[in-house]
Design a protein around this ligand. Structure first.
Ligand code: G3P
Length: 217
């Protein structure tokens, strides 16, 4: 399973990248706004900086909602760097644009996915990645992990090549459950990634080893 970080914060991207386990970055307009990135030029420049920091796929989201606008915006984003993946919302014109991007050699990440039906449509259109928002599904009293497992099953029996990119991850256990359910990628906030390190027995065991090591000095 690939690990992406879900943020536009450059310090967090740097920290995750330095761990050596980062395969890419996802962003969205909310995450860009959170970092105070304002204006088209600044947004494009921010994506370029991220591409220069991380050698992996970088999702950059369109804000147009009509076919022509999505295509024009996507072409501009894709021109920033070869690693850019154009993030397109799961709407009718989005599906149409994903097919256009596929036919024109531009990779896509279909975002705001909440059902298996949407997952099938995105795969049929030729999306490179599919982003089910598992935390938001959990918020609505459904089980986000069940959706990952269902889509993994469908893609496997149908031979779809679209990669399942589990998004809206809220905890370290979400990452473990996504790996178990068959996600190809997890895009996570930094604390969820770092949380995977934690186990009290590791801390106790290390303290004991270091204590005993003093006896051998
Ligand atoms: O990758 C999608 C993600 O940024 C949304 O997360 O926590 O706002 O549901 P959240």
């Amino acid at each position: 399973m690939k690990f992406f970080i879900d943020t536009a914060n450059l310090d967090q991207i740097k920290e995750a990248n330095e761990l050596g386990i980062l395969d890419g970055v996802t962003t969205n307009p909310s995450l860009m706004a959170k970092e105070g990135v304002k204006g088209e030029a600044a947004v494009m420049n921010h994506y370029k900086t991220i591409c220069e920091m991380v050698d992996g796929d970088i999702s950059a989201e369109v804000i147009s909602t009509d076919f022509k606008g999505i295509v024009e915006e996507g072409k501009k984003l894709a021109a920033i760097h070869p690693n850019i993946v154009v993030k397109v919302p799961m709407i009718k014109d989005g599906v149409k644009a994903i097919k256009w991007f596929k036919d024109n050699g531009i990779r896509t990440n279909c975002t705001l996915v909440f059902s298996a039906g949407q997952a099938i449509l995105a795969a049929k259109a030729g999306a490179t990645y599919l982003s089910p928002f598992i935390g938001r599904i959990d918020d609505s009293n459904w089980d986000g992990i069940d959706l990952i497992a269902q889509v993994a099953h469908i893609y496997s029996v149908q031979g779809f090549k679209t990669e399942i990119l589990a998004a809206s991850i809220r905890s370290s256990i979400h990452i473990v459950k996504c790996a178990e359910a068959g996600a190809d990628v997890c895009t996570c906030p930094l604390p969820s990634i770092l949380g995977l390190l934690n186990h009290p027995l590791t801390d106790i065991g290390l303290a004991k080893f270091l204590e005993d090591a003093k006896k051998t000095q």
